[in-house]
Design a binder for this molecule. Structure first.
Ligand SMILES: Cc1cc2nc3c(=O)[nH]c(=O)nc-3n(C[C@H](O)[C@H](O)[C@H](O)COP(=O)(O)O)c2cc1C
Length: 250
């Protein structure tokens, strides 16, 4: 794999567009996986992308457990089914019906599952940047997951994050030591197609929130400057950018 050289740090206009295209066309994939194997060179690049994520104190707390075994995946899938049934009971009325109709994992259909973990003890008890907020190690592993997700999309592969699992059961199935947390359980593979919108949005579960409602100035909740902010006007103008200026390749 040829990693970019130090001097090669210019981002061209087409690089920039491609970068945003990857971001806006990434989806969580559950029901569109194809069984085709993922070539090693492709998976290698995606793993490198994850490994080049930022991490608190350069702790690099992640490990990547690549799960091909059908038996292991069946064990995970069985736990998913149990957790999924429990989860359904937590919603009421119409929401419970919609919840039950959603497909929320592709554990067995995808050719590969990957668990990205967080080693809370990776570089000893005192880590630069993690001295006061301990969760920073987990956040670092989440950065790796996001890099993984976006790199997979750039390679034309779909990723689905499965979190409807019992953490203790997941740890036992994967034989994780106590200090290793399973941060993301991911399914990855080629896909039939990528949806244009989040499936939860299309199913009427939730809409995408208007970003201008989520912007405050100087203090939590202070949106008094919103109406005369040039930034917010610009943000409203860009509203159609994700859906309309990013075309599907597949
Ligand atoms: C931390 C995290 C956990 C998630 N867990 C699940 C899950 O268990 N099952 C699922 O179908 N999707 C899961 N998702 C995917 C979200 O539902 C999805 O990102 C969201 O609906 C927006 O859709 P999009 O990713 O296609 O843009 C998870 C996403 C994140 C970031």
């Amino acid at each position: 794999m040829n990693l970019p050289q130090q001097h090669d740090n210019q981002i061209s206009e087409s690089d920039r567009r491609s970068f945003y295209k990857v971001i806006f066309s990434r989806r969580d994939v559950r029901g569109q996986f194809l069984p085709d194997p993922i070539p090693d060179d492709v998976l290698s690049r995606i793993l490198y992308a994850a490994h080049y994520a930022p991490s608190v104190g350069f702790m690099q707390p992640w490990d990547f457990i690549i799960i091909k075994s059908k038996t292991v995946r069946e064990q995970i899938h069985n736990d998913f089914k149990r957790a999924h049934n429990e989860a359904a009971e937590m919603f009421s009325g119409e929401h419970q019906d919609i919840y039950r109709s959603l497909k929320l994992e592709g554990i067995l259909e995808s050719p590969l599952n990957i668990c990205i973990t967080c080693d809370t003890k990776r570089t000893g008890p005192v880590v630069i940047g993690r001295t006061h907020i301990k969760e920073m190690d987990t956040y670092s592993s989440v950065c790796a997951i996001q890099n993984f997700w976006l790199a997979a999309r750039a390679e034309g592969l779909g990723v689905g994050w499965v979190s409807i699992l019992h953490e203790n059961k997941l740890k036992a199935i994967l034989n994780l030591p106590d200090h290793i947390a399973p941060v993301g359980y991911l399914c990855i593979g080629k896909v039939k197609h990528f949806y244009q919108k989040p499936e939860l949005e299309s199913a009427g579960w939730l809409p995408r929130m208007p970003i201008e409602n989520l912007i405050y100035f100087d203090q939590w909740g202070d949106n008094s400057q919103t109406h005369n902010s040039s930034l917010v006007s610009q943000i409203k103008k860009d509203l159609t950018f994700p859906e309309h200026s990013v075309q599907e390749k597949e």
